[in-house]
Design a protein around this ligand. Structure first.
Ligand code: PBG
Length: 334
């Protein structure tokens, strides 16, 4: 890349002039981070207790629908526009096809309703994938040890419909089956949900950084094998553009790159190429990694949170999903 201007020689050019005082640094900042840029992921559960700590994610709790509604009020008060729901359901209810995913009276519909009652001003986003409900821990249907694509689409479309019906504003397919966005969009349109937004996890990579999340939702012990036949290979970047292009053509309103920090190059390419609201997910492993360092006194918590989140904005994100969302919003003066 060539610069649009040639800086003159020292001492005429002293880049430090623009850094000399807080006011001028603020004045010339190229990007901003505000609470409006944050999406707060909430782990919800069907257990009896309101808040159960997740050991691998210090500061994160599995929440009952009632506690999720409280969190949503907190999000509203902090100026966070949206929460995203991820379910931990009783292992005894899990089966091969993830029946719980399409239960209209299930945990997620309960949480959506509780949140909409408590804080109707904020958006509710739901993950579309079967892994939290299947006894094999995969995002789709498994036949003869293989994750079958097309048979999974009906289940995913029904799951998204159930979420929209319960009041979800945004459905977010994170399953990485081919054609899922189209299947979901068709199901939504056919049932009158014309305004339900689809935020597709378009470029989702098979990642070690989902480890703590799988603990949080209780799918670690369930998972047989890995997710490499559907989640992307981290060696690839052009392929991410293909995935995003397909999801847009199938009806996605917004797209996401996941994980976050190790994939900012992908964020930048996607946002520059498509000029569409682009999000990234600072996932559980990134959160756990930072929390571990913070707990050891190796990283300064507040500075590390803001710096990493700001990096997403600089790379071209419209917003970021982060478990640090409420802390960040507080630091930003909400
Ligand atoms: C499930 C899903 C995953 C995450 C969000 N939705 C994990 C996975 O694909 O195994 C990860 C979130 C995180 O790590 O914070 N489809």
């Amino acid at each position: 890349m060539t610069l649009p201007f040639m800086p003159g020689p020292f001492p005429m050019a002293r880049p430090r002039r623009l850094r000399s005082q807080p006011w001028v640094r603020r004045l010339v900042a190229e990007t901003t981070l505000t609470p409006s840029d944050l999406i707060w992921p909430l782990i919800v559960h069907d257990g009896a207790e309101d808040r159960v700590p997740v050991p691998s994610m210090p500061g994160v709790f599995r929440l009952s629908p009632k506690a999720a509604a409280e969190a949503a009020k907190e999000a509203r008060d902090l100026g966070i526009p949206m929460v995203a729901l991820f379910p931990n359901v009783d292992a005894a209810t899990k089966d091969a096809i993830g029946t719980g995913a399409t239960d209209p009276d299930g945990l997620i519909p309960d949480c959506i309703k509780a949140i909409k009652d408590a804080a109707p001003e904020i958006g509710v986003m739901c993950d579309v994938a079967l892994d939290c409900y299947t006894d094999h821990g995969h995002d789709g249907i498994v036949e003869d040890g293989r994750i079958v694509n097309d048979a999974s689409l009906d289940r995913l479309a029904e799951q998204a419909f159930i979420q929209a019906h319960a009041g979800a504003d945004v459905v977010a397919p994170s399953d990485m089956m081919d054609g899922r966005v189209q299947a979901i969009r068709e199901a939504l349109e056919a049932n009158g949900f014309h305004d339900t937004l689809i935020l597709s996890y378009a470029a989702k990579f098979a990642s070690a950084f989902y480890g703590p999340y799988r603990d949080a939702v209780g799918s670690t012990k369930m998972l047989t094998g890995d997710k490499k036949t559907y989640q992307m290979d981290y060696a690839n970047s052009d392929e991410a553009l293909k995935e995003v292009a397909m999801d847009i053509s199938e009806g996605a309103d917004m797209v996401m790159v996941k994980p976050g920090m190790p994939y900012l190059d992908i964020v930048q390419r996607v946002s520059e190429t498509f000029k569409l609201p682009t999000f990234a997910y600072q996932v559980s492993g990134e959160y756990a990694m930072m929390q571990a360092s913070i707990a050891n006194g190796w990283l300064d918590q507040d500075r590390a949170i803001l710096e990493t989140l700001h990096g997403f904005k600089r790379a071209g994100c419209s917003g970021v999903l982060s478990y640090f969302a409420p802390q960040a919003a507080r630091l930003l003066g909400a």
